[in-house]
Design a protein around this ligand. Sequence first.
Ligand code: SF4
Length: 298
Amino acid sequence: MIQDRIAELKKRKNAVILAHFYQMPEIQDIADFVGDSLELSRRARDVDADVIVFCGVWFMAGSAKLLSPSKIVMIANGEAGCPMADMATAGDVARLREMHPKAAVVTYVNSSVEVKAVSDICCTSSNAVRIVESLPNAEIIFVPDRNLGSYVARFTDKKIITFNGYCPTHHRVFIEHVDAARRAQPNAELLVHPECVREVVDAADFVGSTAQIIAYAGASSGKEFIIGTEEGVLHPLKRQNPDKRFYMLSDRLICPNMKKTSLEDVVACLEEGVGAIEIDPGTADAAATSLFRMLEVK
Ligand code: SF4
């Protein structure tokens, strides 16, 4: 079986496999650790291994390399990018800084290495409010996700200046989908990711990162949940809560990039070294500083 081959290769190379919750079930099942962006960043920094195989999209593997520069970090499928990360450039950040010279730049980890390098600090959807509150600046430029930026603005007195980026997967779910899902499942709680548009977030019973959604569903006394984030999260939700029922808010919540990784890709990484990440050292130092600053915020 291909899973046995992966286990044997992993042992031989002293490798670990990190996978995001949005990956296909069979990928989550062979991973040593499955998590959201924040958990995976911490794991990449702390893991004791020579090789990290990252099953996710490019910016995640890039972050793992920035946090563990001495390790070989490979992206299992090098064609798995993130359209939101590609929306903002370092030039966009420079322009915003010129317009708002007193503002700090907080950059969502769903961003390129170049954008991280010109930022003051990174954040994830789990810690964005804490990161913003940790800074002395009264004005914050928030890059690239306008939906997460607007969500953060609800919890702080600081002025949040959002870049106009968005996640195409979460951004194509609307209040009509909420209304239809509520009608179909009137007893279910609605749990959504803050990358969703404002009207959807406003209609939710709980808003959080993928890890926070999983924790909420596990702790809740409720038995039925409508899930407003990428459908890969159903795999851990169902496995951890066999007595509960989960329904997708919309069948549009599938990220095509997160579904590109196959078990064969993982074998190719481990066997042939395909997908090793290299980052320009000048950019890497500055980008890593933004990530390490994030991880230092308690
Ligand atoms: S779900 Fe959205 S933010 Fe996440 S990788 Fe896909 S496009 Fe990027």
